[in-house]
Design a protein around this ligand. Structure first.
Ligand SMILES: [Zn+2]
Length: 275
C-alpha cells in the first residue's frame, strides 16, 4: 500500500495469520455481503489482539477506497508509474540519493540552526570528543567517552544512533508514531529510511521534522550535560522532543490543522484518520 507495509504495522496479526500470502483483494472479495473483513488465524485472538484486528479493519476501510476496482499487484515504489525500470533503480541507488537526503535536511519546517546541525551530522563533522582528541584540541588523557552511557567513545554515530540512550529515544519516537523498526546504523541511513515514507500533507510535515528534531535535541542535550551538567531524564527529553516537533510544525506551516496538544498526545489517532 504505497510506502506502507501492513505486515510491519500489525506484526502480531501477521504472525497469527494462516494466509500470509493472500492478497487484500482476495480477503475483501470473500465477504461482499458483510461490511467486515474476514481473516483466518491459527487460534482464537486474545483481547488486545482483537483490538488490533479492529484497528486493522478501520485502517483498511479508510485507506483502500475502491480496492475492488483495482487489480492487486506488486508496485515498484521508485517509479511514479509503479513500473520497474533500470533508470528508476539507478536514480534511487546512485547519484540522486544525496540530493534526496539533502532535501530532507534542508526542509522549511525546522529552524535553520537545527538543519545545519543535521547536515554536519550527515557529513560526520560534529565536534565530538573523539574528534577533538584526534585533532589535538582535547588532551590525550582527557575523557572522550560518551556522556550518556559512559561506555562508548563519543563519535558522531555513537552519540546520535548507537548509544543505548540515543537508541531508546529513537524507539520512543517510533512508538509514539506507532511504528516499529530496526534502526539504521548511519545518519544517512536514517534519513534515507525516513524519506521512504509518505503521509497526508500535514502529517508528512510532522514526519519530516522528527529526525531533525531528534538529532538536534540529542546534540543539544549532550552539550547541556557537558557544559551545564543537565540532569534531565530520558522520559523528559522524549516529551521535550515531541513538544519541539509540535511547535515547529505549528510555527513553520501556516495550515497545520492540529493543535500542539493533539500532535503530542494523539499522533497515532491522527495518523489512522481518527484524530
Ligand atoms: Zn553512549
Amino acid at each position: 500500500m504505497g510506502a506502507y507495509c501492513v505486515k510491519n504495522e500489525f506484526p502480531r496479526l501477521y504472525s497469527l495469520s494462516t494466509e500470509k500470502e493472500v492478497s487484500l483483494r482476495v480477503v475483501s472479495h470473500r465477504n461482499e455481503a458483510s461490511p467486515r473483513w474476514i481473516f483466518k488465524f491459527r487460534r482464537r485472538l486474545l483481547g488486545w489482539e482483537n483490538d488490533e484486528l479492529t484497528r486493522l479493519s478501520t485502517f483498511l476501510e479508510q485507506n483502500l477506497v475502491g480496492l475492488s476496482d483495482r487489480e492487486d499487484r506488486l508496485g515498484w515504489l521508485a517509479s511514479p508509474s509503479a513500473e520497474f525500470s533500470v533508470s528508476s533503480l539507478y536514480s534511487l541507488a546512485l547519484p540522486s540519493a544525496p540530493v534526496l537526503v539533502t532535501k530532507l535536511i534542508w526542509n522549511k519546517f525546522s529552524p535553520p540552526k537545527a538543519q545545519f546541525l543535521v547536515w554536519l551530522a550527515w557529513k560526520g563533522r560534529l565536534k565530538t570528543a573523539s574528534f577533538l582528541q584526534r585533532i589535538g584540541v582535547l588532551e590525550p588523557e582527557a575523557s572522550a567517552m560518551c556522556v550518556f552511557c559512559h561506555e562508548g567513545l563519543e563519535s558522531v554515530f555513537h552519540l546520535l544512533i548507537w548509544c543505548p540512550f540515543a537508541w531508546r529515544i529513537w524507539c520512543d519516537l517510533m512508538q509514539w508514531w506507532g511504528l516499529s523498526w530496526v534502526i539504521p546504523q548511519t545518519v544517512e541511513g536514517i534519513l534515507n529510511w525516513w524519506r521512504g515514507f509518505k503521509w497526508r500533507h500535514n502529517l508528512n510535515v510532522i514526519w519530516r521534522i522528527i529526525p531533525v528534531a531528534v538529532l538536534w535535541s540529542l546534540w543539544k542535550f549532550r552539550n547541556e550535560k557537558v557544559f551545564c551538567e543537565s540532569q534531565m531524564h530520558l522520559e523528559e527529553l522524549c516529551e521535550l522532543i515531541k513538544t519541539r516537533i509540535a511547535l515547529w510544525a505549528k510555527l513553520y506551516t501556516l495550515d497545520c490543522c492540529y493543535s500542539v496538544q493533539q500532535i503530542i498526545c494523539n499522533i497515532q489517532e491522527i495518523r489512522l484518520g481518527n484524530g
